[in-house]
Design a protein around this ligand. Sequence first.
Ligand SMILES: *Cc1c(COP(=O)(O)O)cnc(C)c1O
Length: 495
Amino acid sequence: MGFLYRSTRNENETATASEAILKGLAENGGLFVPDEIPELDVPFEELAKMDYKEVAYEVMSRMLTDFTEDELKACINGAYDSKFDTELIAPVKYHHGAYILELFHGKTIAFKDMALSILPYLLTTAAKKNNIDKEIVILTATSGDTGKAALAGFADVPGTKIAVFYPKNGVSPIQEKQMVTEKGKNTFVAGITGNFDDAQTGVKKMFSDKALAEYLDEKGFQFSSANSINIGRLVPQMVYYVYSYTRLVAAGTIKAGDEINIVVPTGNFGNILAAYYASVMGLPVHKFICASNDNKVLYDFFTTGEYDRNREFILTTSPSMDILISSNLERLIYRIAGNDAAKNAELMKSLNETGKYEITEEMKKNLYQFYGNYATTDEVAETIRKVYDEDGYVLDTHTSVAVAVYDKYKEETGDSAPTIIASTASPYKFTRSVITAIEPELDSKEDFELVDELEKISQVKVPQAIEEIRTAPVVHDTVCDKEDMEKVVKNFLGI
Ligand SMILES: *Cc1c(COP(=O)(O)O)cnc(C)c1O
């Protein structure tokens, strides 16, 4: 028997897994959370013998209970194929005293591919199951990586259209080029004059606008989301934590049941929440180490119990983590409040109205497995250089935040438990910041010259995703005010 998903803000609003994926967001801004996270009742030694797709089936079938075995296997087989440049899908490599889980071997060389290569399959399957005859319009706010990964996933998928909004001056040149050269006929991309939080707020506003939903319905459209507020993003992300753990078991590095630490460079809190959900399912985790950049709202939250977004928004060299409202934290807040929708709704109302909220002592106790810290932009560059000097391995800026924070954690606690660090992007995506950390004198070169320099320095071949955009023409050149997002979406849909 399957459990239901429920809104974090209204205990009476429920959905099946497929309905939750279709809707993306619950009403009034709530997020869908599972009523239950079933135990993963397959021994780790067994999982250690399975490949990525087989582990994915074991984990995802526990969570997406209204998908049949055939449906789910078709989704998994469609997603994790030769789009990835390694059959391992998510290889684990040992550097700097930790196990680096490389999540950037998909089409757009960021970890967002891990979920966004399967989401279109989940979504179109969910639409079929629920007899939806409308065209699904994916609305996405991006701090840089979700945008291209979602575009790549949904490009030319029948029955869908996708609109992506990014902060015009808040993404790396390579990230921007990846998005504005997207060729899919059903795609739309716009830069907004504002930051990521503005883009995300604008998108959430369109989602919760009932009149707009009715108007779309009349015209034969329905919104859904590719952001990590969609449970269809989170569930596929649980997989690689189980997968990487079982690779360590297979290698004899740990014994089944041994506890590990997991370090995650965090922005919207989706990736680390997926790790937490995996632990509730049975993955033995000692600490979740939440790594932030200069936008250290989460570090402050974990140290004080107060979440306060009233502060300057800082543009860093890890733009995908330049976020002050970490949407998925709400799912953890709901849980540590004892699955209390009313309590959570009250805190989120406070966040909306005053920009902050404070959790109770009781709730704070439930966070004992979380450790938060942050790395400054200088520390990020230093860490890239330090790790490169050790053994020639090149970190991207986001992963470097995680490594720098892990060093602080070890220094503070002396904890030497085996540790997995989520590596969320290829260094090729943030070439300028990465190269200038290692060889500052190269800063005067053009972006694509730096790509060739990085190939020499890292001894890692330039990924296909980068080769493709070298000479690709710009297809999307819309820039709009954040107030005009709804207008441009209607324009794109021709309504
Ligand atoms: C999105 C992203 C993050 C942050 O992940 P969240 O799930 O939003 O916390 C970190 N690094 C990179 C490279 C990303 O693209």
